[in-house]
Design a protein around this ligand. Structure first.
Ligand SMILES: C[S@@+](CC[C@H](N)C(=O)[O-])C[C@H]1O[C@@H](n2cnc3c(N)ncnc32)[C@H](O)[C@@H]1O
Length: 371
């Protein structure tokens, strides 16, 4: 077996106790529940709900959307139209909003369970849906719903305790161990490490392999995550913790890392090509980049986590300056990632888990790229 086949098999083994049939149906159920929530939030525009044709600006004015969240509501309207819940009239206006009954929200919990997410996720998601009117007006923050009293349980459920993250985190851990085993120098930079959902499996794997000389720098844009991480990984003296923003020029030497890990963070790049070139510059010759990314838009993310991607409160959002400019979309498809990595001069390995497998509907993948 190749090293990629071994990593892929380890990922599937990690989810062997789950029923992997019908995942597409369960994902669709989450999407449909989110669409209902979006339609209900948008129906706060009484004129739209009464059947009048309304522009996106008029809807946003009626909802009181703050500037930094306008992109989210614009995207909601486009998605409602694509899904047949709203009619685009053709002059930039919409009409015929379809809303459903509250009873349909109960379908979420069954799908949540089937996809391996913990019960906290249902509460988090339904609370976000119920609070969409306040979220778009910045009267409540998604952080206060996601991290009640600084508790990471819901966030961990979203990023690691579910079928697809269990698989992709395991794949990444095995790939990282293989890469470092074969490398004489073992300087690791993890960017956007956050709550450490990927880190935990990686460092356990490195410990179990008994690799010596690993220098692991756990970084994030936000200081909020660094103290909990330093406490959680205090028994690993080879780990360091620091700030790193993928969108600014790093104050570190070119070629100072042998491996960069970026799990669920690179879609925050203002310009994907600029950021990939920056990360490539930080890698030593022969160095590797291991990425985890969601490769499709999940509607339940549009009603919750996307509020974390609007920039700072009180400031307009920083628009993407790459090919996503003007589209209000965030996530790149699998093919777009392979194209951008190739254009940045990386050699790209097989994408895992691959298309056609039972996890394909969940659309989260691990990419391995080499300088
Ligand atoms: C979706 S979370 C993923 C956390 C972790 N990697 C995981 O998968 O469990 C995204 C993380 O990226 C961080 N982040 C967002 N923008 C960033 C940027 N410009 N540079 C570095 N990190 C960033 C956030 O603070 C957050 O911790």
């Amino acid at each position: 077996m190749t090293s990629f086949e071994i990593a892929a098999a380890a990922g599937m083994d990690a989810v062997r106790e789950h029923d992997l049939t019908n995942l597409a149906v369960h994902m669709r159920r989450l999407d449909e529940t989110a669409l209902l929530g979006i339609a209900r939030a948008v129906s706060a525009d009484r004129a739209l709900a009464a059947g009048e044709a309304r522009s996106a600006d008029e809807v946003m004015h009626a909802l009181g959307v703050v500037p930094r969240h306008r992109w989210i509501v614009r995207r909601w309207l486009r998605v409602l139209a694509e899904e047949g819940k709203l009619t685009a009239v053709g002059d930039g206006r919409y009409r015929n909003l379809v809303t459903g009954g509250d009873g349909e929200f109960t379908a979420f919990d069954g799908a949540r369970r089937a996809l391996g997410y913990p019960p906290e996720l249902t509460g988090f998601f339904l609370e976000c849906i119920a609070r969409l009117p306040q979220l778009v007006r910045d009267e409540v923050s998604v952080q206060s719903i996601l991290f009640p009293d600084g508790d990471f349980a819901t966030a961990l459920g979203t990023y690691s305790h579910n079928i697809i993250s269990t698989c992709t985190n395991r794949v990444a851990a095995v790939l990282v161990r293989q890469i470092l085993t074969a490398s004489p120098s073992r300087r690791v930079l993890e960017v956007g490490a956050g709550i450490g959902g990927t880190t935990a499996g990686v460092v356990d794997e490195l410990d179990a392999a008994g690799l010596s000389g690993v220098d692991y720098e756990f970084t994030d844009l936000s200081r909020f995550f660094l103290v909990p991480a330093a406490e959680r990984f205090a028994d690993r003296p080879w780990m360091r913790f620091g700030l790193f923003d993928i969108n600014t020029e790093p104050d570190r030497r070119e070629g100072s890392a042998d491996l960069i890990i970026a799990a669920n963070v690179l879609h925050n790049a203002h310009d994907v090509d600029v950021v990939l070139a920056r990360l490539r510059g930080l890698l030593a010759p022969g160095g590797h980049l291991v990425i985890i990314e969601s490769c499709r838009e999940h509607y339940q993310v549009m009603t919750s986590m996307q509020f974390l991607m609007s920039g700072r409160a009180g400031e307009p959002r920083h628009e993407f300056t790459d090919f996503r400019a003007g589209t209000d979309r965030i996530f790149l498809t699998e093919h777009e990632w392979v194209d951008r990595l190739t254009a940045a001069g990386f050699g790209v390995g097989p994408v895992l888990p691959g298309a056609g497998g039972p996890l394909a509907p969940l659309a989260q993948h691990v990419f391995t790229a080499r300088v």
